[in-house]
Design a protein around this ligand. Structure first.
Ligand code: ZN
Length: 67
């Protein structure tokens, strides 16, 4: 059972964006982006892998502590 409605957890965010909470699958996606020199920010903007979008959202690589 889910807990009471509140701030989404990281797992919720991952499930929503990547359709999985499997860290290995997510990491593979992130590495693909990184190979292209891009990354998606947590709000869906495209930023540099170590970047933050104009709305102040960090790239997923930063969000997940890869860099
Ligand atoms: Zn943004």
């Amino acid at each position: 059972m889910k807990q009471a409605i509140g701030k989404p957890t990281l797992e919720d965010e991952l499930q929503q964006r990547f359709g999985t909470t499997d860290f290995q699958e997510i990491e593979a996606t992130l590495m693909e982006w990184d190979n292209d020199g891009i990354c998606e920010a947590t709000d869906g903007c495209i930023v540099e892998p170590d970047g933050t979008c104009e709305h102040g959202c960090p790239s997923w690589l930063i969000r997940l502590g890869f860099i």
